[in-house]
Design a protein around this ligand. Structure first.
Ligand code: MLT
Length: 393
């Protein structure tokens, strides 16, 4: 037996596991410090009522012989796919039901989609980036090239004709920087992908944080993107499903490469390796798209946006440069005094008991940057930022 030697090329543990370990070691050595976590992007508000009621109803259905459900369609129930289809229609994107695949979240699909692509493809990822895009490709031994995202380009790199890539990851609103591409910028990526016969893997997990209609929520708002892009989205940040698990992936039927339909390949992959998301969870997810559900999730999203404003206002007062915080739950700040981001992490944890994510964990361009999230409570965020202000004023 030979093992997959590519695992030797990974860091010893996944970024957020490394941080969780550091924080738990600190907590056990300092039991009197009240720690406030603005690190991993995990929500704190409970599921909204519309979702809970739908899930309770579904639990009751599971308790009766006439309405009990066994295996569902691996690619998701039509009631949820139709709700998603209508949501896309509301921002002028038309999808067929068979182009929508329900899953247990964007992270799994972003990793699993790689089953469809040969090992000798070159992968283009921005730096800094959500570590899942890099680690999953390192695991399968693909060549990775990086597009620098930095202060000069407002953390929104554009295609470089000199770089030839086959798979391109784009996350907008971006994790970790909170930067958001506009339509013209995304069109440049679509044109590049079409010209190079490449595929864009578009992560729209944070689309619900976009305010107004000016910025694109979906890559399919860009003409011809259905010929070159797969989109991943999730209910985690939109509706607080981080522990409930539900997401979806859109694979357009127009994606034909090497004589094969990527849509059919993904269906084949999912029906073979996945038995679908629980009926009860899918019922809850569908309730997100009802009028009541939309109203309630927007109340929650506004709650987190207030936190982003608290963080942004504190940084403004301290003259600390940052991106994000608007149209995004993440605030990406430049470490004061050009500090190294892991040193800054230790400083915040030990001096004020605040946890964030060191930019270096997302790539070399994050070395002197740091990510805070707006997903904690209003009270904790306020308290954390008061401590932060006192430390740097
Ligand atoms: C993050 O903190 O970057 C996210 O919570 C990670 C994720 O969504 O998997």
């Amino acid at each position: 037996m030979n093992i997959n030697e590519n695992y030797k090329n990974l860091n010893e543990s996944y970024l957020f596991s490394t941080i969780a370990k550091k924080v738990s070691d600190f907590a056990s050595n300092n039991p009197d410090t009240e720690i406030i976590k603005l690190g991993i992007g995990d929500v704190t508000l409970p599921l909204c009522n519309a979702v809970i009621e739908a899930m309770h109803f579904a639990v009751d259905e599971m308790s009766r012989k006439e309405t009990f459900k066994g295996y569902g369609p691996e690619q998701g129930y039509d009631f949820l796919k139709s709700a998603i289809q209508n949501y896309y229609k509301s921002h002028n994107v038309s999808l067929e039901l068979n182009e929508i695949f329900i899953s247990d979240g964007a992270k799994s699909d972003l990793g699993n989609i790689l089953d469809l692509f040969a090992k000798d493809n070159t992968v283009l990822v921005p730096d800094p980036v959500y570590p899942v895009y890099v680690d999953t490709n390192v695991m399968s031994g693909r060549k990775i090239v990086f597009a620098d995202a930095n202060e000069e380009n407002d953390f929104l790199p554009l295609p470089d004709e000199k770089i030839k890539a086959d798979l391109i990851y784009i996350c907008s609103p971006n994790n970790p920087t909170g930067a958001v591409y506009n339509r013209e910028q995304l069109k440049k990526w679509v044109d590049y992908a079409l010209e190079n016969k490449a595929i864009i893997l578009f992560d729209s997990a944070y689309e619900s944080f976009i305010d107004g209609k000016n910025l694109p929520r979906s890559i399919y708002e860009i003409e011809n993107a259905e010929k070159c892009a797969i989109e991943f989205c999730s209910f985690s940040k939109t509706a607080g499903f981080t522990g409930t698990r539900c997401g979806y992936t859109v694979v357009p039927t127009e994606l034909i490469f090497g004589g094969m339909s990527l849509n059919k390949m993904w269906l084949r992959r999912q029906t073979t390796k996945f038995n679908g998301v629980p009926y009860i969870v899918q019922k809850g997810a569908a309730a997100v798209f009802t009028d009541e559900g939309q109203k309630q999730i927007h109340e929650n999203l506004n709650y987190y946006k207030r936190n982003a404003k608290i963080i942004g206002d504190t940084l403004d007062k301290l003259n600390i440069k940052y991106t994000g915080g608007k149209n995004s739950p993440y605030i990406w700040l430049k470490c004061p005094n050009n500090m190294n981001s892991w040193a800054f992490f230790d400083l915040l944890l030990t001096k004020i008991g605040v946890v964030g994510t060191p930019g270096a964990g997302f790539g070399k361009n994050g070395d002197n940057w740091f990510r805070l999230t707006s997903f904690n409570t209003n009270e904790n965020t306020q308290k954390a930022m008061e401590r932060f202000f006192d430390l740097f004023k």
